[in-house]
Design a protein around this ligand. Structure first.
Ligand SMILES: [Fe+2]
Ligand SMILES: [Fe+2]
Length: 397
C-alpha cells in the first residue's frame, strides 16, 4: 500500500469535472482546479470548492438548450451523490476559510447599536473618494481595468441577491417582510429587465464581456472568491440571522455611495457603456438603507436586546472588512499589472476555451506567459511574482 497522502480536493475536482462533462455550458460547469504540487494554490482551490457547494443550492439553467438536451446535464449537476459530497466538505472548508474572518474583533459590538449606525452612516457619506475610481480616472487602458473589475465582482453580482434570498425564507416576524420587500427590488419587482443581475449583465455586455453566470470562473481570483463565499456563509447558515442584517446594513449603505461614484465615472469615461446598474443602486439603496435600519435593525434590537445588536455589528464589520479586502486587492492587482515590464493589456478568445494552469505569485514561475484575470498577459510570467498574494494567473497553454 502506498502512503501518499490522499487529497480530498483532488478527488472532488475529478468528480466535478466528470459531472460537468465535455464542453459544459457555464451554468453546469462546476469544475475546480487541482493544486497538485503547488501548495500556494491550496486556499484558491478550496475557495473554488466552497463556491461550488454554495451555488449547488439554487437553480441554474443555461441560456440555450445544450446540444444533447438539458435533462442529462441538469441531472448530473444536481446529482444527489455530488451534492452530498459538496455538503460534506462544506463545514471543514468554512472553518478553514471563513472561520478566521468571522471572528469578532476585541471590543467589537460592545457599543450601542444606534450610535454605531449613526457613525457608520457619517463615515460612509463623508469618506474619501473611491480609490479605484481615482486610479481609473488617471489610468491608461481603463477599459481593461474596468473589465477586470466587472469580472471579479461577477461571481456575486450576476446572481445578485440569490445569497440574501436564502435569509428571507423562514418565519421570524415583521423584519422578515421588510427584508422581503428589499429582495423584491433586487429582483426587479418581477420585471426581468429590471432585475439587478440583469442590469449587471448589460454593463458586462457593453464592455464586450460574456455575460453568462460563472462564464469567467477560471479568472476569479482568491480575493473575489473569498468575498463571494463570505456572503454565502452569512446567508446559507440560518444561525447567522443577526449577522445577515449586519451585512445588509453595511452593504446597502456602502453601495449607495460606491455605485454613485461608478455611475459618474462611466458617464465621464465610457459614455457608451450601460450604466443603469449603478444609477439604479445609487438611488434605491438610499431607501434600502432606511428600510434595514428602521424595519430590521431597530425592531430586532428592541425585541432581543443588546446581544442581537452586538451580532448585527459583528456582521456589519465582517462585511466592511470583506469588501475592503476585495476592493484593495482588486486595485493592487491593477496597479501591479500596470507596473509590470512585460504586461500586454487585453485578452483574446472565449473565457473558458482553454483553462491553462493556475499560478499564484508564490508559485514557481518561468518565462512562460501568464494571463491575469481579463487585464491581459504578462509576456514574462516571472513578473507575476510581484503581484499581491491573493492574485491568480494562468500559464497560457
Ligand atoms: Fe441590488
Ligand atoms: Fe439594495
Amino acid at each position: 500500500m502506498n502512503a501518499i497522502a490522499h487529497d480530498p480536493m483532488a478527488d472532488l475536482a475529478a468528480m466535478l469535472a466528470e459531472g460537468s462533462g465535455a464542453a459544459p455550458s457555464a451554468a453546469f460547469d462546476a469544475r475546480i482546479d487541482v493544486a497538485g504540487e503547488d501548495a500556494s494554490l491550496a486556499a484558491f482551490v478550496r475557495h473554488q470548492a466552497l463556491m461550488r457547494g454554495y451555488q449547488a443550492r439554487y437553480v441554474l439553467l443555461p441560456e440555450a438548450a445544450p446540444a444533447g438536451g438539458v435533462l442529462g446535464p441538469l441531472a448530473r449537476h444536481y446529482d444527489a451523490g455530488r451534492l452530498a459530497r459538496l455538503a460534506e466538505l462544506r463545514p471543514r472548508l468554512e472553518t478553514e476559510l471563513i472561520g478566521p474572518l468571522a471572528m469578532a474583533r476585541e471590543g467589537e459590538g460592545e457599543g450601542d447599536i444606534g450610535a454605531y449606525v449613526e457613525a457608520m452612516l457619517g463615515e460612509i457619506r463623508r469618506g474619501p473618494a473611491n480609490p479605484l475610481i481615482a486610479f481609473l480616472a488617471a489610468a491608461d487602458h481603463r477599459d481593461d481595468h474596468y473589465r477586470n473589475f466587472l469580472v471579479q465582482n461577477s461571481p456575486d453580482l450576476l446572481a445578485e441577491a440569490s445569497a440574501s434570498a436564502l435569509g428571507v425564507i423562514g418565519e421570524y416576524g415583521e423584519p422578515q417582510s421588510a427584508l422581503f420587500r428589499i429582495l423584491i427590488d433586487e429582483f426587479g419587482y418581477g420585471a426581468h429587465g429590471k432585475k439587478h443581475a440583469v442590469l449587471y449583465r448589460a454593463t458586462m455586455r457593453s464592455f464586450g464581456l460574456d455575460d453568462a453566470y460563472n462564464g469567467y470562473w477560471p479568472w476569479f481570483d482568491t480575493a473575489a472568491l473569498e468575498l463571494h463565499n463570505v456572503i454565502h456563509w452569512l446567508f446559507q447558515n440560518p444561525g447567522n440571522v443577526f449577522r445577515q442584517v449586519g451585512f445588509l446594513l453595511h452593504a446597502e449603505t456602502a453601495y449607495q455611495r460606491s455605485t454613485l461614484a461608478h455611475h459618474r465615472y462611466l458617464r465621464e469615461f465610457h459614455a457608451d457603456a450601460d450604466a443603469r446598474y449603478f444609477g439604479e443602486h445609487a438611488h434605491i439603496d438610499l431607501h434600502h438603507t432606511r428600510m434595514v435600519i428602521d424595519e430590521a435593525v431597530t425592531p430586532l434590537v428592541a425585541r432581543f436586546g443588546a446581544e442581537a445588536g452586538a451580532e448585527i455589528i459583528a456582521g456589519a464589520e465582517m462585511t466592511r472588512r470583506a469588501f475592503a479586502r476585495a476592493g484593495d486587492h482588486l486595485l493592487a492587482v491593477s496597479q501591479a499589472f500596470a507596473a509590470a515590464a512585460s504586461a500586454r493589456f487585453g485578452v483574446e478568445g472565449a473565457p473558458r476555451h482553454a483553462l491553462g494552469r493556475p499560478v499564484t505569485p508564490r508559485s514557481p514561475l518561468t518565462s512562460e506567459p501568464v494571463q491575469v484575470g481579463v487585464l491581459g498577459v504578462l509576456r514574462d510570467g516571472r513578473d507575476f511574482a510581484a503581484f499581491p498574494p491573493a492574485a491568480i494567473g494562468r500559464v497560457l497553454p
